[in-house]
Design a binder for this molecule. Structure first.
Ligand code: NDP
Length: 408
C-alpha cells in the first residue's frame, strides 16, 4: 500500500520498525534512517527482514533530509527522532511532497518549553501542498487524545472534566534511569505544572500537586500533576471542557535522584565551559563547551537497554466526567501494558512499546486513506473508531469502566 520512512533508531524507533514490519500488507517498503546508521542496521538485524533499508541522516539539516526523501520517495515519514527535529523534518516534507507523523511536539534546544504553536503555524502550507501532518501520535500524546475523541463520539454529549492518568508501575532494577530519552524526559519533568480550569491555564510549582490514584491491576500510586502537551489541543478541540489535567506516577527514589540532579546543576540546558583533557598545538589546555544535561544523558542507562530486566506494567488512561442525555456520567478508558511482553515482542520496554505501536497505527490510518486530510492535525481531529479497533489488534487492548469512582 505504501512506503514508510522511520526517522530515529532509539527505543521508540525500534518498536515502530518491528510493528511496521509486522504489517507488510500496509507498509510494503520500509526504511529506517537515523544519525547513527549502525543502530538502524542493528534494528533490521533484530527484526530479521533484510528488505528493510537503512540510511544515515542528520535530521537537523533540511538539505540532508531532502536528499534522503528524494532518493527513497516515501509516502509518509514517521518522526521518532527528538522533538528538536520536528520543524526541519516538516520543512523537508513540504519541499519533497511527503506526509508527516510524529509523537512529540517541537521544543527548541535552548529552552525547555513545548507548545503546538510552532507546528500549527505550518497548517496552511500543508493544506496548500495537499499533504497531511499528524501530530502527537504516541500514547500520551496520542492514544490519550484518541480515547477522548472516542468518549466524545460514543459516550458523552459534553465532556466537562478530563484527567489523563499515566502510571508506570514497572521496575527496571536500576538506581536511576529514564524510560525514554533522558534529556527530553528530565526537561519535561522539571518544568512547572500547568492545568486548564474555566478557560484559564493555572501554573503550579514542579511536582508540587500530588495525590494517590488507584490504577487497575496495580493499586494506589502517588500521582503528580504535570503539564503535558495534549492538554493544549484537547481543550481547543473540546470547548465544553471545564478542567483538564495530566497526572504521572513517580517513585520516591526517582524523585530523590531528580532532586539531586537539579540541585547539583546537572539538569542545566545552557552551555558551560569544561576543561577538556586535550591540548592545542602550543600545549595550551583546550576548553570545550558542554551542556550538563546532555553529558548526564551520556552516563545514564540507555532506555533501550532497560527491557530485559523490566518487570511490572504501565497503565495509561483517561478519566472523564460529563453529560449524556441530560445525566452526569463518568467514563474511564485505559490500557495496561506489560514490560516483559513488550520486551519479548520487540526487545524494548513498555514505554517505548506504548509509544511506537500508536505511531505505526497512525501511519497505517493515513496509508489506508482513513486519516488523510491536507493540513496539520492533532489525533483527536480524526475518526477514532478505526484506530481504536487497531489498538486491540496490535498489542494495546483497551478497557472501559462506566460510572465508576474517578477519584479525581
Ligand atoms: P532515543 O533517544 O532512544 O532515540 C532518538 C533517536 O533519534 C536516536 O536514534 C537518535 O540517534 C536519533 N536522533 C537524534 N537526533 C538526531 C538527528 N539530528 N538526526 C537523526 N537522528 C537523530 O529516544 P526515544 O526513542 O525514547 O524517543 C523518541 C521520541 O519519542 C522522542 O521525541 C520522545 O519525546 C517521543 N516519545 C513520545 C511519547 C508519547 O507517548 N507520545 C513517549 C515517549 C517518547 P542516535 O542514536 O545517534 O543518538
Amino acid at each position: 500500500m505504501g512506503k514508510v520512512l522511520i526517522i530515529g533508531a532509539g527505543g521508540v524507533g525500534t518498536v515502530v520498525a518491528h510493528k511496521v514490519a509486522q504489517n507488510q500488507d500496509v507498509f510494503n517498503e520500509i526504511m529506517i534512517a537515523s544519525r547513527t546508521k549502525s543502530k538502524c542496521d542493528a534494528v533490521v538485524k533484530a527484526i530479521g527482514n533484510p528488505n528493510i533499508r537503512t540510511a544515515q541522516v542528520d535530521a537537523d539539516n533540511v538539505d540532508d533530509l531532502v536528499r534522503l526523501f528524494e532518493s527513497f520517495r516515501p509516502d509518509i515519514v514517521i518522526n521518532v527522532a527528538l522533538p528538536y527535529q520536528d520543524l526541519t523534518i516538516m520543512e523537508a516534507c513540504l519541499k519533497t511532497g511527503v506526509n508527516y507523523l510524529d509523537t512529540a511536539n517541537y521544543e527548541p534546544k535552548d529552552e525547555a518549553h513545548f507548545e503546538y504553536s510552532w507546528q500549527w503555524a505550518y497548517k496552511q502550507r500543508f493544506e496548500e501542498a495537499g499533504l497531511t501532518a499528524i501530530l502527537g501520535c504516541g500514547f500520551d500524546p496520542g492514544v490519550s487524545g484518541i480515547y477522548t475523541a472516542y468518549a466524545a463520539k460514543h459516550h458523552f454529549d459534553e465532556i466537562h472534566y478530563l484527567d489523563i492518568v499515566d502510571c508506570n508501575a514497572g521496575n527496571h532494577h536500576k538506581a536511576f534511569a529514564t524510560n525514554f530519552n533522558p534529556e527530553i524526559n528530565i526537561r519535561e519533568i522539571t518544568q512547572k505544572g500547568l492545568y486548564y480550569k474555566d478557560g484559564e491555564w493555572i501554573e503550579t510549582d514542579p511536582l508540587s500537586v500530588h495525590q494517590p490514584i488507584t490504577y487497575p491491576n496495580i493499586g494506589p500510586r502517588e500521582s503528580y500533576l504535570m503539564h503535558h502537551e495534549e492538554l493544549e489541543s484537547l481543550v481547543k478541540n473540546y470547548p465544553t471542557i471545564k478542567q483538564a489535567r495530566f497526572w504521572m506516577t513517580f517513585g520516591q527514589q526517582y524523585l530523590t535522584y531528580l532532586d539531586v540532579i537539579q540541585n547539583i546543576g546537572m539538569s542545566r540546558i545552557d552551555e558551560i565551559e569544561y576543561q577538556a583533557p586535550l591540548a592545542d598545538e602550543s600545549g595550551k589546555q583546550v576548553k570545550v563547551k558542554i551542556v550538563p544535561l546532555q553529558f548526564l544523558k551520556a552516563v545514564l542507562p540507555n532506555p533501550q537497554d532497560l527491557g530485559e530486566n523490566y518487570d511490572g506494567e504501565t497503565s495509561i488512561g483517561c478519566r472523564i466526567r460529563g453529560i449524556k442525555e441530560g445525566k452526569e456520567r463518568t467514563y474511564y478508558v485505559y490500557n495496561n501494558c506489560s514490560h516483559q511482553a513488550a520486551y519479548k515482542e520487540t526487545g524494548m520496554q513498555g514505554v517505548s512499546y506504548t509509544t511506537g505501536v500508536p505511531a505505526m497505527i497512525g501511519a497505517m490510518m493515513f496509508l489506508k486513506g482513513l486519516w488523510k486530510r491536507p493540513g496539520v492535525w492533532n489525533v483527536e481531529e480524526f475518526d477514532p473508531d478505526p484506530f481504536m479497533e487497531q489498538l486491540n489488534k496490535q498489542g494495546l487492548p483497551w478497557h472501559e469502566v462506566f460510572d465508576g469512582n474517578l477519584e479525581l
